[in-house]
Ligand binder design. Structure first.
Ligand SMILES: Cc1cc2nc3c(=O)[nH]c(=O)nc-3n(C[C@H](O)[C@H](O)[C@H](O)COP(=O)(O)OP(=O)(O)OC[C@H]3O[C@@H](n4cnc5c(N)ncnc54)[C@H](O)[C@@H]3O)c2cc1C
Ligand SMILES: *[C@@H]1O[C@H](CO)[C@@H](O)[C@H](O)[C@H]1NC(C)=O
Ligand SMILES: *[C@@H]1O[C@H](CO)[C@@H](O)[C@H](O)[C@H]1NC(C)=O
Ligand SMILES: *[C@@H]1O[C@H](CO)[C@@H](O)[C@H](O)[C@H]1NC(C)=O
Ligand SMILES: *[C@@H]1O[C@H](CO)[C@@H](O)[C@H](O)[C@H]1NC(C)=O
Ligand SMILES: CC(=O)N[C@H]1CO[C@H](CO)[C@@H](O)[C@@H]1O
Length: 616
């Protein structure tokens, strides 16, 4: 089977030994892919998945899992641990390749079939500096899902997120005490940077998901960390409920991308009771009254139906899962009726959409010059597990801050640190208008400048997700609604984040590398005095974007009257044999990055199902 062959190649690339042949191979691969990426046009629908002809039967499985991303990979592994259960995993995309393995190859994998590439509807409250006022929503497609193209940062959020969650759903299963055990169960932390902060009791070392610090630190990151210490913040392990700053913990193994398929599917691919079917696009869940009985999908141009005798588990991600539920008749009655979809249950699917807003307007010059090396040197470093190609867009540092009105010790702002030589955030990569791109980047010397993104960890604004039509191959309508909360809490806290960055730039540590603010003024905010409060509020509505953390389209809660779609055991309210385990179930946005918590949700799903069928 093709899949097995592809997977076995991972073994080759995981080896730390390399020869110059491999360096040449990767250099050519990258150059070729980069050329293709330059002219790649993103799809605007999923028509290439359309099947035709009569619907054929694809047999019967105990469990059908839809989507092989961060959630689905874990679910498929944990369910197939029970030998007399048959599990079918359906995934629209294909396996990763030698390029998705390299974190630093973002452009060529971004501009490829590994990316669904959705867009928001035109916005009024944010994205004013983006082409057509539209925000780009990259989403991964393939074994590993979005972890094939994501930023790799491992960040769980704060314990208060989970205690709030447990209270919200009335189930201790989601309290920090419980979820910590699941975090540790999945994690295979390796402490390879002796200087980095590490709180042993918060990490697991035996789990399938490799986590490690990115190395080495740029002198600019060292200066940034020293600047934080000058302001009284510690260098701290941010996955141990602490405020502070450090280099980043990421899902790589000696610098190679450790996507969720590599972590959870590859080790179990030989299980006879697990079938992984790629290039399979799910269009509907078949429901008999209130019982999920199977799944309709297309595969290489043909239509199929597969029966699920125990359960259907939706892991198609924040957009895919909501779309499939609506196409199956579970969603807001009015919306479905308008689209002429037969309503089975009136549910608030897609009526909430959370995210973490991120401000990209801060670029800083310095007098530190990052060595610019020939590409093959970066590849050699990568094959040794170090250097810029082992991180995505050269991100290196993370800081957690509590800036709200009442000091709580609970982070509400994160800063992400991108040292010199970052390639992110241009028109082509990020959708900025030519003007924004020029305003932000005109004075940038790529070998000397660094960037700091300001991220709102406790967002109040909520967007919506809706279908364009009843055609399952149409892309959806995503209304981000960033910075739209009534009390302006989102924009206020982000302004505080910007002020913090400006204070950091005044420290001895950052002055010692002659750090100076670039990235402006924005022409569009020219009516305001540069750097005044009004200027920043204008700038926030221009260049706030996302760090690609949409979530919460099928929120967990106590009742459908309160807008919940799944209960605290991940079951879709009112239905039997139908659960969800992915980014769509978050009742609110945790103060971290989604992969770690989604992995935890996948682990929980495994145990919940085993408990239901008393195999545990
Ligand atoms: C550019 C980028 C950077 C990011 N950076 C980080 C980061 O640094 N740290 C972090 O923690 N998170 C990051 N994220 C977010 C994180 O990767 C996602 O939140 C997470 O992977 C979502 O997991 P999921 O299981 O919900 O969905 P996904 O991982 O997206 O998986 C869903 C899968 O379902 C498949 N699918 C969808 N619809 C169908 C269908 N109809 N039929 C069949 N299959 C279907 C998709 O192809 C996909 O493989 C980033 C995301 C992106 C895009
Ligand atoms: C990955 O690299 C190996 C070794 O260079 C090569 O043999 C293989 O064909 C590559 N795999 C893919 C999927 O291109
Ligand atoms: C629906 O379920 C009922 C009760 O189990 C069964 O009798 C019936 O045949 C099912 N209908 C279909 C279309 O499968
Ligand atoms: C801050 O504390 C005061 C007094 O305890 C309280 O009234 C107020 O609601 C708090 N504000 C926030 C944003 O939590
Ligand atoms: C960088 O600037 C600082 C402050 O002006 C100065 O002390 C330092 O010598 C400069 N370093 C280099 C390498 O130019
Ligand atoms: C890792 C990385 O982004 N390296 C880049 C540094 O800058 C030079 C010059 O612009 C590029 O050629 C490298 O690709």
């Amino acid at each position: 089977m093709k899949l097995v062959i592809l997977f076995s190649l991972y073994t080759i690339s995981l080896s730390q030994n390399y020869d110059e042949e491999r360096v040449d191979y990767l250099a050519n691969l990258f150059n070729e892919a980069n050329k293709k990426a330059d002219s790649y046009v993103w799809p605007t629908n999923a028509e290439k998945f359309r099947g035709s002809g009569p619907r054929k039967k694809y047999g019967s499985y105990d469990f059908v899992v839809i989507g092989a991303g961060a959630g689905g990979s874990v679910v498929a592994q944990r369910l197939s641990e029970i030998q007399n259960w048959n599990v079918l995993l359906l995934e629209a995309g294909v396996a990763g390749n030698n390029l998705t393995d390299i974190p630093g190859t973002h452009p060529p994998t971004f501009f490829s079939h590994y990316n669904w590439a959705f867009n928001s509807t035109p916005q009024t409250t944010a994205f004013q500096g983006y082409t057509n006022n539209v925000l780009f929503y990259p989403r991964g497609k393939g074994l590993g899902g979005s972890t094939l193209i994501n930023g790799l940062i491992y960040s769980r959020g704060h314990e208060s997120d989970y205690d709030k969650w447990a209270k919200h759903v009335g189930n201790e299963r989601w309290s920090f005490k419980t979820v910590l055990e699941y975090f540790k169960k999945s994690e295979g932390y390796v402490h390879r940077d002796p200087e980095a902060p590490y709180d042993r009791e918060f990490h697991g070392t035996e789990g399938p998901l490799r986590v490690e610090y990115q190395i080495p630190r740029s002198p600019q990151l060292d200066a940034f960390m020293a600047a934080n210490e000058e302001l009284g913040l510690n260098v701290a392990d941010y996955n141990a409920n602490k405020l502070g700053v450090s280099s980043q913990q990421q899902c790589t193994k000696n610098g190679e991308r450790f996507d969720s398929a590599k972590a959870f599917l590859r080790p179990v691919r030989h299980r006879k009771n697990l079938r992984i079917l790629t290039q399979s696009y799910v269009t509907k869940i078949v429901i008999n009254k209130t019982v999920a009985t199977g799944v309709e999908f297309s595969h290489k141009g043909k239509n199929y139906f597969v029966k699920a005798t125990k359960e259907v588990i939706l892991c198609a991600g924040v957009f895919g899962t909501a779309q499939i539920l609506m196409l199956s008749g579970i969603g807001p009655e009015k919306h479905l009726t308008q689209l002429k979809i037969k309503v089975i249950a009136n549910r608030e699917v897609g009526s909430t959409l959370g995210d973490h807003q991120s401000f990209y307007g801060i670029v800083v010059s310095s007098n530190y010059t990052a060595p610019i090396k020939p590409m093959k040197d970066y590849i050699r470093e990568y094959l040794k597990g170090v250097g810029p190609w082992t991180s995505v867009d050269s991100t290196q540092g993370v800081g957690m801050y509590a800036l709200g009105t009442n000091y709580t010790g609970i982070p509400d702002i994160e800063l992400m640190f991108f040292p010199s030589n970052t390639t992110i955030m241009t028109s082509r990569n990020y959708g900025f208008t030519k003007e924004t791109d020029h305003d932000l980047n005109k004075n940038v010397d790529i070998s000397k400048s660094f960037r700091i993104a300001v991220i709102n960890l406790d967002s109040r604004s909520s967007g919506t997700f809706r279908l364009k039509s009843k055609n399952p191959y149409d892309y959806p309508l995503i209304n981000s609604n960033f910075l739209s909360d009534d009390k302006n809490e989102d924009i206020n806290i982000m302004y505080k984040g910007i002020q913090l960055v400006l204070r950091l730039l005044q420290t001895k540590a950052l002055k010692a590398i002659n750090a100076k603010l670039l990235g402006g003024p924005l022409t569009a905010c020219g009516q305001h005095e540069y750097l005044s409060k009004k200027y920043w509020y204008c700038a926030l509505r221009q260049v706030t974007g996302n760090i690609f953390h949409p979530m919460g389209t099928c929120p967990m809660g106590m009742s459908t009257e309160q807008g919940a779609v799944v209960d605290s055991e991940l079951r879709v309210f009112g239905f039997k044999n139908l659960r969800v385990a992915d980014a769509s179930v978050f009742p609110f946005t945790p103060r971290g990055h989604p992969v770690a918590p989604i992995t935890m949700i996948g682990e929980q799903l495994g145990d919940l199902v085993k408990e239901t069928y008393k195999t545990k």
